[in-house]
Design a protein around this ligand. Structure first.
Ligand SMILES: [Zn+2]
Length: 550
């Protein structure tokens, strides 16, 4: 709880003690509309500026302490994204997650283009291919070609990382419109107690103005009262569930691990390429076993966090959400000032928002049901557990593509037919095999947790990781062997079977993403109320059918 006390999320207490009689429940009401003096947002560029300086450090400036930030927010009529997060998660983790959410697609495009430019340069500028010659077998012919350089890989990574952290800046330089976001620390006044209280009590008003709700999800998220309140506001306003974007904060570590591990493997592969086939295979196996366990261990931990999301949603209960005020028994530590309970204020609002028409369910039960049902239906099929979004899987495995760009000259130099075979092989690897390997590796990691349980003992846990790594490496080796095997033999048909198969498996593994894209493309709107009604209707229909069949 120490983090909570240092940076309390519930700031009204900080403001309220000025006028104790105002601090009574009657004086503090949650508002759904915003006065002009507090209706403010910041640009995304500002929110992510200076490598996330606004996200790190003491958020509220401590209870009653004025914070020396100059105001960067400005009045708005509409907000693009409401950024919802809990305070205890480290700021830099949230910053990296946001960079991935907003900047990773342009970063990927820049990385791909830059690596391709250097790949193409290597076709014409032989000195760029710095390594010893190597053999490559395509369609039954063994070609001896100049080996690859590192320019595609290096420049690809450079382009990706710089764009990832500077994209919003670049956009501003070119005068693109920046997204307007609500970030509590910057949009709610931090030094004027009245404005601060007004801002916090008006969170629902900010949500009403927002087009999307971007949730930086950590395992703590659903346990925090104010986070839960933000979700409740969204649902009560009948805003679309498809506009809630759950972004687990674990994805930063995940992307870093996969990218780091893969880049290292690619460098090793280039070095080993001069070896004969059998030695190469053994050496690759050994290096894979050296590289895979560490990222896998870290990933296992973040997947474990993600595993908690389905359970949290399944067992969601508003009554279990915690708040700062209750944790300190409504007395501000070291000051003795008593503070009112946020739970009472929020409870009052909940009673207004979720009143059932026939009065059979309590507002709290209705809200719980909305979260459990609609989140299960619209959120959990996209995130949580071992699920990784397709775009994120492609992004994390980008070093694989960068590596391929260093081999473009081979495409140029070998026989036309074989060149096409090699090219489609490369495409299938980047957009099919690598993401599928990642998804399956996560699944293997989860499976190992299921079989062996979560080990508290570090040694035992590492042992499980190594076992899982053997499984993952064996799987990756098998996949690569099948892909390279069908590529190298003279007959074409095995490859003609394997390539579409890769496509089908990719679509199968990432089908939820396709469904979501489809729904978004059609502008479908799904509300919690609608989804609960629909499942109730379906349950009724099922009942009728059972009765009929009986
Ligand atoms: Zn309380």
């Amino acid at each position: 709880m120490s983090g909570e006390a240092a940076a309390p999320q519930v700031a009204p207490e900080a403001a309220a003690p000025e006028e104790p009689e105002e601090a009574e429940l009657g004086g503090r009401q949650l508002a759904e509309t915003l006065d002009d003096d507090i209706r403010k947002a910041v640009t995304l560029e500002e929110s992510l500026s200076m490598f996330g300086k606004h996200w790190v450090g003491d958020i509220t400036g401590g209870l009653g302490t004025a914070m020396n930030t100059k105001s960067v927010s400005h009045p708005v009529d509409a907000i693009d994204d409401f950024l919802s997060h809990d305070w205890a998660t480290p700021g830099f983790v949230k910053y990296i997650t946001l960079s991935i959410v907003y900047n990773s697609v342009p970063a990927t495009i820049v990385g791909i283009i830059l690596s391709m430019v250097f790949g193409i340069l290597q076709i014409f500028m032989k000195p760029l291919r710095r390594m010893a010659p190597m053999n490559i077998m395509v369609g039954g012919t063994t070609y001896t070609v100049d080996s690859v350089g590192y320019f595609g890989l290096g420049m690809g990574l450079f382009g990706f990382l710089t764009t990832l952290f500077l994209w919003q800046r670049v956009r501003k330089l070119f005068c693109f419109r920046s997204r307007e976001v609500f970030m509590d620390k910057l949009c709610i006044h931090q030094t004027d107690p009245n404005l601060k209280a007004k801002g916090i009590l008006g969170l629902a008003g900010f949500l009403a103005l927002s087009d999307r709700l971007v949730v930086l999800w950590s395992p703590r998220y659903f346990t925090r009262l104010w986070c839960v309140y933000e979700i409740a506001s969204w649902l009560s306003q009948r805003k679309s569930l498809l506009k809630i974007q759950m972004e687990p904060v674990a994805q930063g570590a995940f992307v870093a691990c996969v990218m780091g591990g893969m880049s290292f493997l690619m460098v090793v592969m280039v070095w080993l390429a001069r070896l004969s086939n059998i030695v190469y295979g053994i050496a690759m196996g050994v290096s894979m076993m050296a590289v895979v366990p560490l990222p896998l261990h870290i990933i296992r931990r973040s997947v474990r966090d993600l595993q908690r999301m389905p359970a949290q949603i399944h067992n969601f209960a508003f009554a279990n959400a915690e708040c700062f005020c209750c944790s300190v028994n409504h007395v501000i530590p070291n000051t003795g000032i008593t503070i009112p309970c946020d739970r009472d204020v929020i409870n009052t609002k909940l009673n207004v928002w979720f009143r059932s028409e026939d009065g059979t369910k309590s507002p709290e039960d209705m809200f719980n049901e909305y979260v459990r049902e609609s989140f299960k239906k619209y959120i959990l099929n996209r995130v949580g557990g071992s699920k990784v979004k397709y775009t994120l899987a492609v992004i994390a495995t980008l070093p694989g593509w960068f590596f391929i760009t260093d081999r473009f000259h081979i495409l140029y130099e070998i026989d036309g037919n074989d060149s096409w075979r090699l090219f489609s092989h490369y495409l299938a690897m980047t957009f099919g095999v690598f993401p599928c390997i990642l998804r399956t590796s996560l699944w293997i990691a989860v499976l190992f947790d299921k079989v062996f349980g979560v080990r508290e003992n570090m040694g035992a846990d590492i042992l499980v990781t190594i076992l899982a790594a053997c499984c993952v490496c064996g799987f990756i080796g098998g996949m690569l062997f099948a892909m390279i095997g069908t590529l190298s033999i003279e007959t074409v048909w095995p490859q003609l079977i394997v390539l579409p198969l890769v496509g089908f498996v990719t679509i199968y593994l990432f089908q939820e993403d396709l469904f979501t894209w489809w729904k978004q493309l059609r502008g479908e709107k799904a509300t919690a109320q609608g989804s609960v009604d629909a499942s109730a209707k379906k349950a009724d229909e099922d009942k009728v059918q059972v009765e009929v069949s009986v």
